[in-house]
Design a protein around this ligand. Sequence first.
Ligand code: KIV
Length: 285
Amino acid sequence: MWNNALRFWWAFCVYGVQMRKQITILDIQKMKVEGTRISVLTCYDYPTARILDGCGLDVLLVGDSLGVVVAGHENTLPVTLDEVIYHTRAVMRAEPRALVVADMPFLSYQVDVGQARLNAGRLIKEAGAAAVKLEGGANMVDAIRAIASIDIPVMAHIGLTPQSIHRMGGYRVQGKKEEHAEQLMADAMAVQEAGAFAVVLEGIPQKLARRITEQLSIPTIGIGAGPGCDGQVLVLHDILGLCEKYSPKFVKRYADARSLIADAVNAYITEVKSGEFPTEAHSFN
Ligand code: KIV
């Protein structure tokens, strides 16, 4: 009987450990080889990380989009490294199985490679992320190479790069003209060559995204780049319908969380005003 109990315990441990196995950049890269699509969403806090990780997402991205959807800024430019560290720590407390990638905010990697290394290192050492993401193509290869050279995995991000909003003159689809498309292809090859383990393709024509995906050996994660990428990423608040400002064409809304929250809060206000809440069940004697 004890033999059986031990066998059961051993199987439970092995199976349990396998179930909890942390997703690494190697798993993400293997998914491209195997043709398994990679699921990515943004995540900025502990309770959400618990939910998203429980759903089995492959990657949680602590994106600098938090500046817009959580902090209410107009764009991502004001986000600081300390803010990303704060949110990444909260996500890491959920002990997610998913790979956690932390975004490098504007001016945390562009000044020089020493600064880029140090700030990427803080996201790993202080915040607990397993990888960092930064925006830019051929113009950022020095930063990518420097960070990757100290064994910090880098996810690159090309195309519509929100930190370049002023150069782009707004959030516009990139790479529509032939010469711009060729530049984006060159950017994709450059970030791969510099050591990026994956690359986000944002706001580019779907044919171009498919062509880049076929050319690269590292996975492409699309956002507004069509179905030909190796994976997809969206901002969580967009798919939940939490943002009232604007909803880009590439977003699919899977829920109306604003109404859900408003309904709950309205019911609470009504019950507080009427005295219906709290009842005996919510009170101490
Ligand atoms: O900041 C972010 O959330 C991002 C994704 C939208 C790719 O960069």
